[in-house]
Design a protein around this ligand. Sequence first.
Ligand code: SF4
Length: 195
Amino acid sequence: MKKNWIQYSYLFTILFFVLGFFNIVFAWIGFFCLILPFVFVIKDNKKTWCQSYCPRSNLFNRLFAVIGNKRTAPKWLLNGKGKRIMLTYFAINFFMICLTTLMVFLDKRDPLEKVRFLMAFQLPWTMPNLLDIGAMPDWVVHLGFRVYSMMLTTTIIGLLVGYLYRARTWCAICPMGTLSSLALRKTDAKLKVFH
Ligand code: SF4
């Protein structure tokens, strides 16, 4: 039963982006993808999320089983440089998300109700907001747009490298994968101290 739904976890990725068209507040679901890898590291002392559940890697596996070049990625992408670039991007993006959300919360700036690629490039469409779920505080809407933008950016990059190279090339540079590896190393080190 468990195996059955894991096969279809890629649907969560698609659902996430579709739900954003209904109401951007659904993008808050993206926080699960930020938190769950660490929950599993703490619970199982291994990267269960990456190995079994991650909807995004499941999408890449599925999609690039039928299309894509299936070539080995260049060394710079796999040898740590790619990881550092993506981790730096993620840290800056996360910091900016927190800062701007705080500014909106404090009424010091207007919410940015646009989807952006790589923080700077505005995408040429407006989210249609097909489902009215009532008035939401500006900072909640702002955060929804920012999380949606971050998830979209990383998914587009993942799709690009997955198409150009092997299906899960993104996993070699994914900030969540990198950070959960670091968390795992810390957990291991702690366990060694206690034994
Ligand atoms: S490295 Fe990132 S994309 Fe790959 S399985 Fe882990 S969380 Fe998912």
